[in-house]
Design a protein around this ligand. Structure first.
Ligand SMILES: [Zn+2]
Ligand SMILES: [Zn+2]
Length: 428
């Protein structure tokens, strides 16, 4: 594919004679990226299936990380391993000085007893890649292969971060705590997650991606009337939920429904606050502690809840029992940099067509990604890459028993994001 915005053109010039005139066509870097991706595609599929056959849980990604390090070394990258557990970083120095860009892939798998439907089944009982991190890892390695093939022309440095323990929400923080940003110093960071949209589509939201999530903790004085105060407090906290029990909101398949899902500006996935009604109740001699998870699409709304609970208890017949109400834990959320989102969308749509990126609306509930920790330190964008093939009944909804991915999305991921990184490096 050729476009006008291509900033780098390479020397592959072929002469064509048409009606006696010599015409010249140039293969741009982006043509070469597509060609090279096609060349390595079969090998990438083999590699993905190998990761799928040998999945490893959060914190146990020894084999996976060794395979990653070995592959990156074979491409000539400088490799640092065992960062924050089984984290691996590959450093690709371009031929000229310039910007520094990081690409993150998560590498761990999940516990599940649901049978694997593919031919290349997981060989580890009870463990399987049902969140697509085998695809993420393969795309990260594919981009490393493509860009290393053209490293002499790159202006700057590309860091490939392979992060363990995403599912436990610990790996990103462990890598940072273990000095990741002393080893690398990216100006921008990018990453993706497989999603149930059609294979090859890229979906992105220019701001908050996942709902804010906090754990509320309410401490009360112990009382002989324990059942009654626990019942009252659970009802009180649950009453702040503003999503009806019979709402389509609760069925995650509706996320991609064209009427109520995230493609629609009037999506039901906005302006919500949910309370998990599975409270944890801890009783000691002097006090009882209730805690549960509250999620919201709106940080201010979420932050207002402890005070509202405090006021309600203070005005109830249990007022003398109140000790404290606060969030005992607040999780960071994935928040995309609006400028980088818009600029990178423009790069991809100009190169690969308007249909290549689908904007989304609202905020996705009940999910998160510890990519958020990286974004706290470095501006970046987290994309969704469609992995479904509806005709073939392949639906890539992460964490569902039938999760399966149309592998053609690997080609799209490697091509689009290799091109995007090249263009970002070129933009000083
Ligand atoms: Zn997951
Ligand atoms: Zn995941």
């Amino acid at each position: 594919m050729k476009t006008k915005i291509l900033s780098l053109t390479f020397g592959l010039i072929c002469g064509m004679s048409v009606f006696g005139q010599e015409l010249k066509t140039e293969n741009t870097i982006h043509d070469l990226i597509q060609q090279h991706t096609n060349t390595i595609y079969d090998n990438l599929i083999k590699m993905r299936r190998d990761f799928h056959r040998f999945p490893e849980l959060s914190g146990e990604e020894k084999r996976t990380s060794e395979k990653i390090a070995e592959y990156l070394r074979s491409l000539g990258l400088e490799v640092r391993a065992n960062i924050g557990g089984h984290g691996v970083v590959g450093i690709l120095n371009g031929g000229k000085p310039g910007k520094r860009i990081a690409w993150r892939s998560d590498i761990d798998a999940l516990e599940t007893d649901f049978p694997d439907s593919v031919d290349f089944k997981s060989q580890t009982p009870g463990v399987r890649h049902i969140c697509g991190h085998d695809i993420h890892t393969t795309i990260g390695l594919g981009i490393a292969n493509v860009l290393s093939h053209h490293k002499d022309k790159l202006e700057g440095v590309v860091y490939f971060i392979f992060q363990p323990a995403e599912e436990s929400f610990e790996g990103a923080k462990s890598m940072i705590d273990d000095g990741l940003f002393d080893i690398i110093s990216p100006d921008e960071i990018y990453g993706l997650h497989i999603a149930p949209m059609p294979s090859g589509s890229v979906v992105v939201n220019p701001e908050l991606v996942y709902a804010y999530k906090s754990i509320i903790e309410i401490s009360l004085k112990n009382t002989s009337d324990l059942d009654s105060i626990v019942h009252y407090t659970k009802n009180l906290v649950s009453g702040f939920q503003n999503v009806q029990p019979d709402s389509k909101f609760w069925d995650s398949r509706n996320l991609v429904d064209t009427h109520v899902g995230i493609y629609n500006p009037n999506t039901i996935y906005k302006d919500y606050l949910t309370v998990n009604n599975n409270f944890n109740v801890e009783q000691s001699e002097n006090q009882v502690k209730l805690s549960t998870v509250i999620m919201s699409s709106d940080k201010k709304h979420l932050d207002s809840i402890p005070q509202l609970i405090k006021e309600a208890i203070s005005n109830s017949r249990y007022s003398d029992k109140l000790i404290s109400v606060n969030y005992s834990k607040e999780f960071p959320s994935v928040i995309n940099d609006p400028n980088l989102t818009n600029e990178t969308i423009q790069i991809i749509t100009k190169l690969y067509g308007e249909q290549s990126i689908i904007p989304i609306h609202g905020v996705i509930p009940n999910s998160n990604d510890d990519f958020a920790y990286f974004q706290h330190q470095v501006p970046g964008v987290y994309y969704f890459l469609g992995g479904s093939n509806y005709e073939a009944n392949m639906i890539s909804m992460p964490h569902t028993p039938d999760f399966v991915v149309d592998e053609t999305c690997i080609k799209t991921g490697v091509t689009y994001f290799s091109s995007m990184i090249v263009e970002r490096l070129d933009k000083q």
